[in-house]
Design a protein around this ligand. Structure first.
Ligand SMILES: Nc1ncnc2c1ncn2[C@@H]1O[C@H](COP(=O)(O)OP(=O)(O)O)[C@@H](O)[C@H]1O
Ligand SMILES: [Mg+2]
Length: 398
């Protein structure tokens, strides 16, 4: 559910089309070439679009129907995957359809044929309304997800240190969420002994709201708030996709940043997280199996229609002398390495002491690299000002 800003600064609304009716093929073609819409994909059967609908940052679903009444089953199927606003297009409208739509959570109904501009207007209007609902409180924290398809690449080291750096050095209200639900070790790396975990939070009765989340958080000395993984692997499955989606939405209202540590799998809660992820840090190292799996992960993200401009490649242990160079990684992935984190003996030492290296050894190269990452991802207002001034000549040219 998001708007992506292309380079020209105009917002393009990410749309996914489901269902079918007369004229929808032509409509899709016109939307495809429209500069205010990004047509992410389409599937006649709602279920076939599950990946993109769940994890693809869809701002609006355009559902086409042939029936003369509200396609309740298909709308319910869409709602299984996303809460994005739905615009209905129909080829055979009837009074009943419009009447029923009024009572449903459909944002708009259009009878085809229509001018493309009318459809685009309805899409934009639905998208804006959807976005307003999400930001009722006026605050919207950003979700940074740290992922790699392989264990041991440094996800937890990166997530814990980045989160600590954001809390301590960038002064951001930061939540670290451990989504390695079976074998999460973020709490151990931070040296905290949590009494409550994400499992306790999602299985507690009643509505999940900001106040409740606050009651299940463990705070680290550096000011970082942590929601640890369940203590027992078998409790992982209670953390469902829907619960996690709700948790992230609530957390966004009270935190500036939510850093999510993950396991090397694309499971349901991970898809719900991807759908709300603003920055996806993909961790990589200088070894062939990791690169191979990372290429597969990039393909999967593509299948899920995850927006590529949100992916940042992080090369961990970038200075290891192992017969492979960072530029070979870029060649193999077809993407630039955005951040490099060197290998440092201080890391395993700090892991074993349960004290993040950015706090324990602030001047180590690895700490500098992670603090710099925090700064570039979330500049303080002062740094932001500097960056803008620096960028102005380039912007004036375009
Ligand atoms: N930059 C680094 N320098 C030295 N050791 C590292 C570095 N990054 C990770 N490690 C070591 O690798 C181990 C595995 O990292 P971890 O973050 O637990 O991986 P993952 O969460 O991806 O499974 C850690 O215990 C840590 O000691
Ligand atoms: Mg880990």
């Amino acid at each position: 559910m998001s708007f992506d800003e292309p380079n020209d600064g105009r917002e393009r609304v990410r749309v996914f089309v489901t269902g079918t009716c007369d004229g929808v093929g032509k409509l899709r073609e016109s939307l495809e070439s429209h500069d205010e819409v990004e047509l992410v994909g389409h599937s006649e059967q709602v279920q076939d679009g599950a990946g993109a609908l769940t994890g693809g940052h869809i701002a609006v679903v355009l559902h086409a129907t042939r029936g003369e009444t509200l396609p309740t089953n298909e709308l319910a199927a869409i709602r299984e995957y996303t809460r994005a606003p739905i615009v209905l297009v129909a080829s055979m409208g009837s009074g009943a359809l419009l009447e029923e739509a009024l009572e449903s959570d459909v944002a708009d109904v259009l009878l085809l044929p229509q001018l493309t501009e009318n459809v685009v207007f309805a899409i934009k209007k639905a998208g804006h309304a959807g976005r307003r609902v999400q930001t009722q409180s006026g605050k919207r924290g950003r979700v940074v997800t740290v992922f790699s398809p392989k264990g041991g690449t440094g996800k937890t080291v990166t997530a814990t240190n980045l989160a600590a750096a954001l809390a301590k050095h960038q002064n951001k209200r930061t939540l670290l969420l451990d989504l390695d639900l079976q074998f999460g070790d973020a709490a151990i790396m931070l040296g905290i002994e949590p009494e409550k975990t994400i499992h306790d939070l999602v299985s507690a009765p009643g509505e999940l709201d900001a106040e409740k989340v606050a009651g299940y958080i463990t705070q680290h000395d550096c000011g970082l708030d942590v929601l640890p993984a369940p203590l027992r692997p078998e409790d992982a499955e209670l953390v469902t996709e829907a619960k996690l989606g709700r948790l992230l939405e609530v957390a966004r209202e009270s935190f500036d940043v939510i850093v999510v540590d993950t396991s090397p799998f694309f499971h349901g809660p991970m898809l719900a997280t991807l759908d709300r992820t603003d920055e996806l840090l993909l961790l990589c190292s200088l070894d062939v199996p990791t690169l191979k799996n990372l290429r597969l992960a990039l393909q999967t993200l593509d299948l899920l229609s995850f927006p590529k401009q949100r992916v940042r490649i992080v090369l961990n242990r970038s200075n290891s002398k192992v017969g492979m160079k960072p530029n070979e990684v870029e060649g193999a992935l077809g993407m630039k390495v955005r951040f490099e984190v060197p290998s440092d003996r201080a890391v395993p030492l700090s892991v074993n002491r349960g004290n993040p290296v950015v706090l324990a050894e602030e001047s180590a190269d690895v700490s500098k690299a992670i603090k710099q990452m925090a700064k570039e991802l979330f500049p303080t207002p002062k740094e932001e000002g500097k960056k803008r001034r620096f960028m102005r000549p380039a912007m004036a040219r375009s």
